[in-house]
Structures are given as structure tokens and as C-alpha cells.
Ligand binder design. Structure first.
Ligand code: PLP
Length: 408
């Protein structure tokens, strides 16, 4: 097997680059495994099973004596191209792809914990992650504590006893709260905890949690990684030890595998991810500044604004960018917010995010409606709050659309 980051079956003499490749080059090249046909683009291996040239090769494949694929639930060449490419971009040793972001989140934790263990998490998070942590895991005897803010004393208190996992979502969905990943990782490691970061809102373009001290990164690839609203997918990235000793045995037998077709879509999406996410960030910064100055708006939550309570930390931690999503609090309640949403002519009402199309949602009545009133108040998700995910339309048209919708 070649150690090279991409395949050379038809140019086997080509030397391997001896310098460190930029993530954008990895995004186009890493993981590419060409078949004997020498195709330019990555091939789609839409197959559930694999054949062997002999009974002996089959037997060897099952005891990992060869790197022959054995079954679609365990691995697939197209899925592996996606995994290797994302790992190269992230700078992680290994990546395992899953069928959705939630299966990645669940497997990243469930593959580690057992009854009696303790999990500590940052309080503001995506609602399904909140359900996994506060409703599903406690049923299995796992103790979960939620911590809010960036106060090292508050975190140190929560992490003053033995803890298995610390789970951080930063920035948080929908209000863009920022957790200091380095500070929390340092405290977590003192009590032997594994630090898992939900990096969905930042994407690999803005934030590299492993370089900030975290141990594991998880994605919903449904968001910025596909970024064009087509497929559901997830990924978990980490060290050889974590992936091979914990995650893979769990995933292989519980079965949240990614479809090869979806993996093929994502392999091509990764090629343009950096350009897409950078442009979305630029537009989001302009729109956040515009919104902050509007009389109809009470407050704007965007890490790229100086008014954001963790602006400096965000700029340090997120590659000097504010993200693609804006939390907007209106002056006025549900009635005013709904009439604004209904007045938009370009931006769609939709609860997805990280898409090339700009999307806006009212979390209290949609994505976060399952949470209790108390939790919503704690998270600051009132009826006056909307979340705008900024897409790839020209920013002038988005400004125009918002301006005309304010008039309604
Ligand atoms: C969307 C999302 C998830 C879940 O991903 P799916 O692909 O929808 O399963 C997890 N965390 C965050 C922050 C998200 O935005």
C-alpha cells in the first residue's frame, strides 16, 4: 500500500511530495484512490459487498491480514476517500464517517461510557444533542452535568471529580456562544476526561479543536461540509487509539454507516468547502453589522462583532472569522418575527444551516421546541429570536431582501 495521500496506480513512478500540503490541496487530493481506469474524478463504488479471489483471501480479510474490504457496514472505498480527505484537512490521525451528525455525536460518546460514568457538557447546544445527554444517557446510568459560560472556576468545580467525557459545542446553535476549548481541555485532562468537540457551526475551515487541546472532533457533514443541501452525513475524528479501540468496534456492530453515494457527494463537496465557507463568513459579517444598526433589532449575536461577549476569544479560536450563522433578537414578539420571515423574498424559511442558500428559522417554534421552557430561557431562546444561516447569494441581494422585509 502506498503511503502517498492520493493514488498513482497509473503513474506509479511519480514521487511523493516531500513538503507539508496546505489543507486546500488536501481537500482536492487527499484520499483519492484511483481504479485501474485512471479516472480523473473520484469513483463511486455503490456496492454493499465485496468478492475474494480465493477462500484463503476471504479468511485473511476477516482477520485483518489484508486490507481487502469485507462489507459495506465496515468500510467502502468511496467512504474511505471521504474519511481520509476529511482527516487530512482536519489534521487528525483517523476519521470515521457516519450516516448523520447525530449518529456521529451519539457514537462518539456511547462508544466510551458505561453505567456509573460522568459526562460534563457546555449547556448551550443543538437540541438533539441536548436530548441525548439529558434524556437518553441518564436512562443508562450515566450522570450528566451541564456548565454555562467561560468561567474557569465554574468549569473547575464541575471537573473536580473523575469525569469520562467533556462535550463542548462551540459556537453553539443557535446563539453562537463560544466556549474556551483550550481552557476546558486543560481542566478536563487533569481529571482524565476525553474532550469531544461538536465543531459543526465552525466547520474545519474556522476551527481546529485538536490543535486547541481537544481529543475528538465530530461533525454533521450535512451542514457546511456538503453545504449544498443534498445529503445527511456525519464524521468523528481522533487518534488511532480512540478510533480503533473505542469507536470502530462500536460503529461496526451498531451500524450507522454512511452510504457510498452520500460519501461521493461529500468527497466532491470538500474540494470547494474552504471557498464556500470563507465567502459565507464575509457575507455574514456584513449582514451582522447591518442588522446590529437596525431599529427593529434588539441585539445581534455574532462572534465577528465587537459586541459579542467572547469576541476576542472567538477571533483567536476561529481563525479570525465570525462564522456563517447569526443569532438575531427582534424588538417585538412572535407576531412581528413571523411577519418579517413571511416578508422575505430570497432567504428561505428553513431549519437547516451551512447551506449555499441563505436560510432563516425561528428556533423556539421549530428546532428547539422540544426543550422545556426553563431550558429555553436558560439558553436565551425566546420567541423574539431567529437564526440566519448566510449562504452564497450576492451579499447586496441579501441586504436588499432584509431591508424590504423590515418594511412588512
Ligand atoms: C445539525 C447539527 C447536528 C446534527 O446533525 P445531523 O446531520 O442533522 O444529524 C449536531 N450538532 C449541531 C451543532 C448541528 O447543527
Amino acid at each position: 500500500m502506498s503511503k502517498r495521500p492520493w493514488g498513482y496506480q497509473n503513474r506509479s513512478e511519480r514521487p511523493e511530495p516531500q513538503w507539508e500540503l496546505d489543507p486546500q490541496t488536501q481537500a482536492v487530493r487527499a484520499g483519492l484512490a484511483r481504479s485501474g481506469f485512471g479516472e480523473t474524478s473520484e469513483a463511486l463504488y455503490l456496492t454493499s459487498g465485496f468478492t475474494y479471489s480465493s477462500a484463503e483471501e476471504a479468511a485473511d480479510s476477516f482477520i485483518d491480514q489484508t486490507d481487502h474490504f469485507v462489507y459495506g457496514r465496515f468500510g467502502n472505498p468511496t467512504v474511505e476517500m471521504f474519511e481520509k480527505r476529511l482527516a487530512a484537512i482536519e489534521g487528525a490521525q483517523y476519521c470515521v464517517a457516519t450516516g448523520s451528525g447525530m449518529s456521529a455525536m451519539f457514537a462518539s460518546i456511547a462508544s466510551v461510557v458505561q453505567a456509573g460514568d460522568r459526562v460534563v457538557a457546555s449547556a448551550a447546544m443543538f437540541s438533539s444533542c441536548h436530548v441525548v445527554l439529558t434524556e437518553i444517557l441518564p436512562k443508562w446510568g450515566i450522570q450528566v452535568e451541564l456548565v454555562s459560560g467561560n468561567n474557569p472556576e465554574v468549569w473547575a468545580k464541575a471537573l473536580s471529580q473523575k469525569t469520562s467525557i467533556v462535550f463542548i459545542e462551540s459556537p453553539s446553535n443557535p446563539l453562537m456562544e463560544i466556549v474556551d476549548i483550550s481552557m476546558v481541555s486543560e481542566l478536563a485532562h487533569k481529571v482524565g476526561a476525553l474532550v469531544i468537540v461538536d465543531n459543526v457551526m465552525a466547520s474545519p475551515v474556522l476551527q481546529k479543536p485538536l490543535t486547541l487541546g481537544a481529543d475528538v472532533v465530530m461533525y454533521s457533514a450535512t451542514k457546511h461540509i456538503d453545504g449544498q443541501g443534498r445529503v445527511l452525513a456525519g464524521a468523528v475524528l481522533g487518534s488511532f487509539e480512540y478510533i480503533h479501540e473505542r469507536l470502530i468496534p462500536f460503529i461496526r456492530h451498531t451500524g450507522p454507516s454512511l452510504s457510498p453515494f452520500n460519501a461521493w457527494v461529500l468527497v466532491k463537496s470538500l474540494e470547494t468547502m474552504q471557498m464556500r465557507v470563507e465567502r459565507m463568513n464575509q457575507s455574514a459579517q456584513i449582514l451582522a453589522q447591518f442588522l446590529e444598526a437596525r431599529p427593529e433589532i434588539a441585539s445581534v449575536r455574532y462572534p465577528g462583532l465587537e459586541s459579542h461577549p467572547e469576541h476576542e476569544l472567538a477571533m483567536r479560536q476561529m481563525n479570525k472569522m465570525g462564522g456563517t450563522t447569526i443569532g438575531i433578537e427582534f424588538n417585538g414578539g412572535k407576531k412581528e418575527v413571523f411577519s418579517f420571515l413571511d416578508g422575505l423574498q430570497i432567504i428561505d424559511i428553513s431549519n437547516n444551516l451551512g447551506d449555499s442558500k441563505s436560510l432563516i428559522t425561528h428556533p423556539a417554534s421549530t428546532t428547539h421546541r422540544r426543550l422545556s421552557q426553563e431550558t429555553l430561557v436558560e439558553m436565551g431562546i425566546t420567541n423574539s429570536v431567529v437564526r440566519l444561516s448566510v449562504g452564497l447569494e450576492h451579499v447586496d441581494d441579501l441586504l436588499h431582501d432584509l431591508t424590504q422585509a423590515f418594511k412588512s
